[in-house]
Design a protein around this ligand. Structure first.
Ligand SMILES: C[S@@+](CC[C@H](N)C(=O)[O-])C[C@H]1O[C@@H](n2cnc3c(N)ncnc32)[C@H](O)[C@@H]1O
Length: 420
């Protein structure tokens, strides 16, 4: 089942498809540091470390140089900053930054000429959910990006959905758009449509499980099962374990106090710390940076020393907040080590999550080779690539159903999602 990957990153999502029986022959990734990690994990593949817009022909010839077999899978996971809810210029279409993002959003369309040349049997694209409503301006008309893609690939039937990976037993809430384009010549396409089935797996877990489903896996269940050695941000020594990926940033006394003061398992934020660390007066009303009783700074709240007096750092409801332990973890993002970002603090220990814990929440196989990041001294890059990927276990499940469809194995139908 030969495969090609576009916008490959470090190949974290590709590894799931590969474990399900696909074999990647070509990868395309602009960033050489991400590609260096990927190369170690897909040593048999040709890595084109290039801008895809300038490497279309090269992708086709690299694939043809590898095999005469028809391409089974083309996987494309373009960047999504332009549409992601974490993009501050989203919605401000006319700003220069937004224009730059607009170009990035159109990158999804780069797969079309490659697909027309290689005619893969199936194309899979993944992105943030907003991609499904995102529009581009074409000849003064706003047109949905996915409709443009559909128009450019008339030989394919486009299926699209939004998935939450927690619905597949992954201990993390992560909503993504999944697009699957099936070549109209595939003999099983008609059967799929007649049975009202869709080319991705049926959810097995739910927040409120229906019959035959299981409950979501909570972060507490997951962390307890994996038995991670305890870490603390109190000091450099306490912040590190012997496992090379199990370490966290350590903080100065005030920052550590801020984290330690959030009661474990409450899912509360440091803005809600209401006991004055100087005089123990409580409750100090919310919104104050200074204790009204002793006039000392509330050092266990997110504050900065302003010109004349301390003030609270502006933040969202989710900033400086512990993740809840009774539900799946929040989405693992590229900035998983920033305590001021959304729900980044460990549910009960006094720290953020380690790289190992983030990789496990993203179900990256433990055998994944990170040595390229260690060799270049860029371990922060591991957090970035982990936060950008569709979990490997999800792509493994998806790869299994795609492989059965491509092999015309009818036993797969009960495992497929149904059209509503
Ligand atoms: C969402 S990430 C892909 C994540 C990947 N699926 C994984 O599992 O690691 C998008 C990737 O596209 C790359 N990229 C951005 N623009 C590109 C371009 N013009 N050509 C090739 N790659 C590009 C980025 O460097 C980034 O690694």
């Amino acid at each position: 089942m030969p495969a090609v990957s576009l916008f490959s990153g470090a190949g974290i999502s590709d590894i799931g498809y590969e474990l399900a029986g696909f074999r990647f022959h070509v990868h395309v990734e602009l960033d050489s540091r991400r590609a260096a990690i990927g190369q170690k994990n897909f040593p048999h593949s040709s890595w084109l470390v290039k801008d895809l817009r300038e490497a279309r022909d090269e992708v086709v010839s690299a694939y043809r140089g590898k095999t005469d077999d028809q391409l089974a899978l083309l996987a494309a996971t373009p960047p999504c900053q332009g549409m992601s809810s974490s993009n501050p210029s989203r919605g401000k279409r006319k700003s220069p930054k937004a224009k730059q993002y607009e170009e990035k959003n159109a990158l999804l369309l780069e797969l079309a000429p490659i697909a027309r040349a290689l005619e893969p049997r199936v194309i899979v694209c993944e992105n943030v959910r907003q991609v499904r409503t995102h529009t581009l301006t074409r000849e003064d008309q706003e047109q949905r990006l996915l409709d443009i893609l559909d128009e450019q690939l008339p030989g394919y039937r486009l299926f699209e959905t939004s998935v939450n990976v927690a619905d597949y037993g992954i201990p993390q809430v992560r909503h993504r758009a999944l697009m699957v384009l099936v070549h109209r010549k595939e003999p099983w396409l008609a059967g799929l449509e007649q049975r009202s089935k869709l080319p991705w797996p049926r959810p097995t877990h739910a927040h409120e499980p229906a019959s035959g489903q299981k409950a979501w896996v909570s972060v507490r269940q997951w962390f307890k099962a994996l038995k991670y050695p305890r870490l603390s941000s109190r000091s450099a020594e306490a912040a590190r374990d012997t496992h090379p990926l199990h370490f966290v940033p350590h903080y100065d006394a005030d920052r550590y106090l801020l984290v330690r003061s959030i009661p474990p398992h409450t899912g509360r934020s440091a803005y809600e710390n209401d006991t004055c660390p100087s005089c123990s007066c409580r409750p100090v009303p919310s919104g104050l940076a200074v204790c009204p009783a002793c006039r000392e700074p509330m050092r266990n709240r997110p504050i900065v020393m302003g010109e004349t007096r301390p003030r609270l750092i502006k933040g969202f409801k989710s900033s400086y907040r512990r993740m809840r332990s009774d539900v799946p973890a929040p989405t693992v993002t590229t900035n998983s080590s920033h305590i001021g970002s959304d729900n980044k603090i460990h549910p009960w220990q006094h720290r953020v999550l380690s790289i190992l814990e983030c990789a496990d929440l993203q179900t990256v196989p433990r055998f994944f080779d990170w040595s390229a990041a260690f060799e270049s001294g860029r371990t922060y890059l591991i957090r970035n690539v982990i936060g950008e990927a569709l979990p490997s276990y999800f792509t493994y499940l998806h790869g299994q159903v795609l492989r059965c469809l491509l092999e015309a194995d009818d036993s797969v139908y009960p495992k497929l999602a149904c059209r509503e």
